[in-house]
Structures are given as C-alpha cells and as structure tokens.
Design a protein around this ligand. Structure first.
Ligand code: ATP
Ligand code: MG
Length: 412
C-alpha cells in the first residue's frame, strides 16, 4: 500500500483524554479514530491489523471443524426474557431501543440466547449432535466505564463460539480441543509467552470456568500464580477450596495484573433448559442439550498487543499481526521508482511512504507505526547495489544487497 492512498495523518501529540500508552499510540499513528468514549473507528492500518488477528482466530476455529456464521446485532427480547436476562437489573450493560412499529429490541452484548433459540430449528435428534458454530461480531455493551482505549469499549469485536453436545463427556472432549486452539491463537499473535489459562468462577454446571489472561501492568484483573506448580487463578476464586483442589498454599502464590483476552465456559443446561433446546436420544427419550461458549475479544487482543510491546517511540507489532512487514522509505528519484515497483508487486508486504515529507519525519512515523522492518533505499545505496534494513524491535540496522533482499521477499 502507498501511504498517500490513506487520508490518515499521524499526530505529533497524544490526545489528552487517552491515558493508556496503547491508546495514545494507536490514535497518534492513525490506526484508530475516537468517536466517543469507548467507541472507535478502525482506520486503514488499524483495520488490516484487526483483520490479521481475526484471520488467525478464524484458521484455528476452522481447524476445530466448526463452521462460521453471522448472527444479528438486533435482539428479539423473547429468548432473553426466557433466561431472565432481559431486565436491566439482571444484565446492567444492555443497549435497548424502540421499534417505530412498537415494541423493544436490544443490541446484542453476547449471543447465548439467540444461538440457543436458533438451534431449536436444527437440533431434533441425537443424530444432529454434536454441533457448533462461531462468528465474528460487533457486540454492544453499556459499560459504566470505557477505559484503556480499545481494551474496554462499548462496541467491540468478539469471536464467539457455541457448542452443543449430547452429554458432559462429549462436551468435555470438545472443550479441551478449544483450550488447545486458544493456546495456538495466543502463540500465533505473539502473546504466547505472557498469556496463561486461569481458573475463574464457573457458573451453574462446572466448578470453574477458564480465562486466558495476558500479564499486563495496566490490566484490570489480578491473577495469582505459582510457577513451579503451573497454577494460575483469578482473584474471584481465591479461597480455601480452590487451594485444596490445586494443591497449593496461599503463601506460595504471587500476584500480578493481567488483561482477560478470552474465556471458555461449560454452560451445561443453563440456556438449553429455560429455552427448551432438547433432542430425542437413541431410545426416543427427550434430553437437554449440553452447551459450552467460548469468547475471544478480538479488538481487545489488538489493544493488549499494542500495550504489551510498545516502547517510548511508538507501536511494535509482531510480524504475524503487523499490517505490513516493511515500511519502505525511498530517497531520490531512482530509489522512488524502484520503491513504487516493489510496492505494486508486493502490495501486501510493503507500506511505501510516498509522501513528500522529509526523511526524518518518515523515520519518526515508521517508528510510531511499528512495522517489523524499515527499509531505506537511496540513489546512493543503489549505486552500491544495497539497502538499509532496520529492525523496529531491536533497533539494529544492517546493509543487505538488493539481490539478497529480493531473495528473502520471494520466500515470504
Ligand atoms: P470483562 O470481565 O473484561 O468485562 P467479560 O467477562 O464480560 O469480560 P465475555 O462476556 O465473556 O467477557 O466476553 C468475551 C471476551 O470479550 C472477553 O474475554 C474479553 O476479551 C472481551 N471483552 C469483554 N468485554 C469487553 C469490552 N467492553 N471491550 C472489549 N473487549 C471486551
Ligand atoms: Mg464484562
């Protein structure tokens, strides 16, 4: 992509109303635009980054054999009334709206209710199970406090997956597969080393649920861990019972701040019972469907990556989610021609800074935007048949011959 194709301008100063480091840099670098507190537009570079994260998640969900669908944001109150989650006293984050023809609708904060109600049309017999589906969808939540930029917003992208099984044993098997898929996701987006599966509060059908928590100074949650025993748990479950279950003593645990980047739930009959999602078993007997739900906050993951890796100069993206691998700067006419050629041939790899700005400004913007490598070609380097490559993360610069570089390009 040519930078001039984007209307976005980088900002020298951070917006005053953003406190999180990631939010300041994401706005300054032109990845997002703030509309309201907790409501952000994803600009060209930001959207490519978000889509790269989305695609990694999509590949891992497809590998589970689960199909992708797209449910509606507008919510029929009926299934929510059946589970007693329509009243704002029970669910305090609803955005609700009136139909002009009369009646109320909600904007989906999550999709257990419509997903369960929908499956009544497709699950009749044990032969229809197991079943599952997932989606990427904008969720709406009237959060009391929007904070930390795109890490807690009132409108955000979630991947949600729902599973339907004949019984707990079949459910547990799928649940473990999802655990492994989630580990792959966090590894692939670059958060593997600092993301842990934690014990969290369960709900009606299992003692515990699991969350995926990324260690982060500005994270909203406190987690407790013991390295040697590979035990990590959330604050809300820290009691004598879990310590006994996990075989660990209170004074063997250390604590730190973390951000919840995903969670997985054994729902059991919590939704299938009130919504009467059932099947006839081999003996023709009616049985309730055993359910699970599995979420990843896609836009929060992007914020957490930004927050985790940024340095004092700007963003630092892992290669797998960076909007482009190379930030390309050309100095001089001959270099400009070659840069335009590379950009048109490998438009997914290069962000070519073709603006009329001074090189110093381009270098500063390349650091702010945080692509993995900056490539500088000038008429002088070209005379030596070489280019300069700088690693954003380490700051290390090296000279490469054009031939070697083109060799690397054709291998990515
Ligand atoms: P939290 O405890 O952070 O409010 P939650 O327990 O409400 O999250 P879920 O309802 O299970 O989370 O949502 C699934 C995932 O969506 C979470 O693990 C988190 O990554 C993300 N998420 C939840 N709320 C928000 C929000 N307001 N903004 C951005 N991402 C969110
Ligand atoms: Mg919440």
């Amino acid at each position: 992509m040519k930078l001039s194709q984007s209307f976005v301008k980088t900002l020298r100063d951070a917006p005053k109303d953003e406190t999180a480091k990631s939010a300041k840099f994401l706005v300054r670098a032109g990845f997002v635009h703030k509309e309201l507190a907790g409501v952000y537009t994803f600009l060209p570079l930001g959207l490519i980054t978000l889509k790269k994260i989305e695609n990694i998640i999509r590949e891992e969900m497809n590998a589970l054999g689960s199909p992708e669908i797209q449910m509606t944001a507008l919510q029929n109150p009926a299934p929510w009334q059946a589970t007693k989650r329509w009243e704002s006293e029970r669910m305090d984050i609803w955005f609700k709206t009136e139909l002009s023809a009369g009646g109320e609708l909600g904007l989906g904060p999550t999709h257990e209710e419509p997903g369960t109600a929908m499956m009544k049309d497709y699950i009749k017999s044990y032969k229809d199970l197991p079943a599952s589906f997932y989606q990427f969808q904008t969720k709406f939540r009237n959060e009391l406090r929007a904070k930390s930029g795109i890490m807690r917003t009132r409108e955000f992208l979630m991947k949600d997956l729902y599973s339907f099984n004949v019984d707990q044993a079949a459910h547990d098997e799928f649940y473990h597969k999802v655990e492994r898929a989630y580990k792959n996701v966090y590894d692939r987006v670059g958060l593997g080393d600092c993301t842990f599966e934690t014990f969290a509060s369960g709900g009606a059908f299992s003692k515990y649920s699991h969350e995926f928590q990324t260690i982060l100074d500005v994270g909203e949650d406190t987690i407790y861990y013991n390295h040697d025993k590979s035990v990590v748990l959330n604050e809300e479950v820290l009691n004598d019972e879990i310590l006994a279950d996990l075989g660990v003593k209170r004074d063997e645990l250390e604590s730190c701040q973390a951000a919840e980047v995903g969670n997985i739930f054994s729902l059991g009959y919590k939704f299938s019972e009130p919504l009467d999602l059932s099947f006839s078993d081999k003996d023709g007997k009616k049985q309730l469907v055993y359910m699970g739900s599995y979420g990843i906050g896609v836009s929060r993951v992007m914020g957490v990556i930004a927050e985790k890796f940024a340095d004092d100069k700007g963003l630092v993206w892992p290669e797998t989610v960076a909007p482009f691998k190379y930030y390309l700067v050309a100095i001089g006419e001959k270099a400009g021609k070659l840069a335009a050629e590379w950009e048109s041939k490998y438009s997914d790899l290069f962000l070519y800074d073709d603006r009329a700005n001074r090189p110093g400004e381009k270098f500063a913007d390349s650091e702010l935007m945080g692509l993995p490598f900056r490539i500088v070609i000038s008429d002088k380097t070209l005379d030596n048949d070489s280019l300069e490559q700088t690693n954003r993360k380490t700051g290390e610069t090296k000279l490469l011959t054009i031939k070697d570089f083109l060799g690397i390009l054709t291998h990515v």
